[in-house]
Design a protein around this ligand. Structure first.
Ligand SMILES: *Cc1c(COP(=O)(O)O)cnc(C)c1O
Length: 431
């Protein structure tokens, strides 16, 4: 069957034909490919076309697709059973690996997705502080739980609107949306609700409005404000965890949060999330304390075994980080050279192995800046890249993920394709 034929059938049985919206390729005006298999940095679709993949399952596959470290771990673990619903030692090994890697964190709870991790961390923060409101930042994504699907109004104190139907206003009223990299917007919110804010949650390096680095004075300011006002600082490291360094953002940015959320990489491609924090917070989680949180498949032995294998490999092979960071920088530099040659004013952001090419001539430090991007140009760019066998994020506002499996040959082929695709963009702009 062709991709189109499968898509048509998919649309009959699954809303929009996909199990997560961005996979529908809607914002780049094309229909999705259906993946048959993947190996290393390469994907093959149902029609037999091969692509160099920069989605890498949205981040978990830091070693690439179908890596032997991961497949061996699945095979070994599957001999012993798929789920017990009772404690198993692999859960302890996993928790210990995470806690030992992350400064300031004493305990973790395993869950099944990033969404569950952030939702549970916020409950813990509220239970711990006995306060209700939370601060999040426009353009930061923390999964799809009700209180986090919020669009910012104009100004921090105006009423917020949900990004989705089906979310009660009473839930949204507890969420305050501030501007990323704008400490003053946070100070104003705290000033307005001095007794009410339980937590500030953020992506310390934002990866869901394109890659945008959290600036040092902003992050330091948040740390200070949280200390002064008894607010729990939560780093959502679902993308950045074990990505920007083995020791994640405290190492990379030099700021230590009170709680952290993981997902993606810690599962190596299996469905996993985790939230952790200081002992004084985590000891309030059931059955130790009165904050309830549970999961039938949480700490699943297959997922734990794969996570342990991938994290252990990363710990023992720091050269992985050197390689992926270098590869991303090589791409970023190559793109910058092409842009300069074509006199195109676009922005390249590269944070370690995460990359975004913003189709705007404005600097991008927050969500409003990112919205100056010409997404129609991105669509042209994406389609031409796909045509040339390079699969990048099907949205202007997602990161490109570099894995350890991307070879020099892959990178050079990619730059060649980028050059041709940018010429198409240039022509479209001239029209
Ligand atoms: C992907 C993501 C989530 C949600 O994780 P899911 O496993 O998709 O529920 C949360 N936070 C960030 C920063 C993410 O990138």
């Amino acid at each position: 069957m062709t991709n189109e034929e499968i898509y048509e059938m998919a649309c009959q049985y699954i809303p929009g034909g996909v199990n997560s919206p961005v996979r529908a390729f809607q914002s780049v005006h094309t229909s999705p490919i259906f993946v048959k298999s993947a190996q290393g940095a390469h994907l093959i679709d149902e029609e037999g076309h091969e692509y160099i993949d920069y989605i890498c399952s949205w981040g978990p596959l830091i070693l690439g697709h179908n890596h032997p470290v991961v497949t061996d771990a699945i095979q070994k673990a599957s001999q012993y059973g798929t789920s017990f619903g009772l404690p198993s030692k692999v859960e302890v090994d996993m928790a210990r690996l995470i806690v030992e890697s992350y400064e300031g964190i004493d305990m973790v709870r395993m869950v099944n997705s990033g969404t569950e991790a952030t939702m549970s961390a916020l409950r813990a923060a509220r239970g711990y502080t006995h306060k209700n409101k939370i601060i999040k930042f426009e353009g930061n994504y923390h999964g799809h739980s009700d209180g986090l699907l919020v669009k910012a109004g104009s100004g921090a104190m105006t009423f917020q609107t949900p990004t989705s139907l089906g979310i009660p206003e009473s839930v949204i009223s507890q969420t305050i949306v501030c501007q990323y990299n704008d400490l003053q917007s946070v100070e104003e919110a705290i000033c307005h609700y001095p007794q009410d804010i339980a937590a500030i949650i953020l992506e310390p390096v934002a990866a869901n409005m394109g890659i945008v680095q959290g600036q040092s004075h902003f992050l330091k300011g948040l740390r200070r404000l949280c200390d002064e006002h008894h607010i729990v600082l939560i780093f959502d490291e679902v993308i950045t965890g074990f990505r920007v360094s083995y020791n994640s953002c405290p190492q990379y940015l030099g700021i230590v949060p009170d709680m952290v959320c993981f997902g993606k990489i810690i599962g190596g491609g299996l469905p996993v999330g985790a939230y952790g924090g200081k002992k004084e917070i985590m000891q309030l989680i059931s059955p130790l304390g009165p904050i309830y949180q549970a999961g039938t498949l949480s700490g699943n032995p297959l997922a734990m075994s794969v996570g342990i294998a991938q994290l252990t490999y990363l710990k023992e092979h720091p050269e992985v980080y050197t390689h992926i960071n270098h590869s991303a920088q090589y791409l970023a530099k190559g793109i910058q050279d092409i842009l300069a040659n074509l006199h195109l004013p676009f922005q390249v952001h590269c944070v370690e192995s995460l990359l975004t090419l913003f189709f705007t001539d404005q600097e991008v430090h927050n969500y409003k800046d990112s919205q100056t991007c010409q997404t129609e140009l991105y669509a042209i760019f994406f389609q031409e890249m796909l045509h040339q066998g390079i699969l990048i994020a099907p949205s202007q506002f997602e990161a490109w993920f570099i894995s350890d499996s991307h070879t020099q040959d892959d990178l050079d082929k990619t730059l060649k394709a980028i050059c041709q695709a940018l010429v198409k963009v240039y022509d479209a702009m001239a029209d």
